[in-house]
Design a protein around this ligand. Structure first.
Ligand SMILES: [Zn+2]
Length: 62
């Protein structure tokens, strides 16, 4: 099984990233960013975190 190596986001960048939903800090889990508060998950594509509510994987919708 070939996996694209987990991309590590620079700490400087992590410091300025925040969850678009609740503005809490994010942590990286493999190729996703996970909000520490609302647990939304945001994909990282080509090394770019996609911090869009429409891209979340956790199902927060009713
Ligand atoms: Zn959040």
């Amino acid at each position: 099984m070939v996996e694209i190596g987990a991309f590590m986001i620079k700490p400087e960048l992590m410091n300025i990233l925040a969850c678009p939903a609740c503005k809490s800090s994010l942590r990286q889990e493999e190729e996703k960013l996970v909000c520490s508060k609302c647990m939304r998950k945001f994909p990282i594509r080509n090394g770019i975190p996609i911090l869009l509510l429409s891209e979340t994987e956790g199902d927060e919708r009713p």
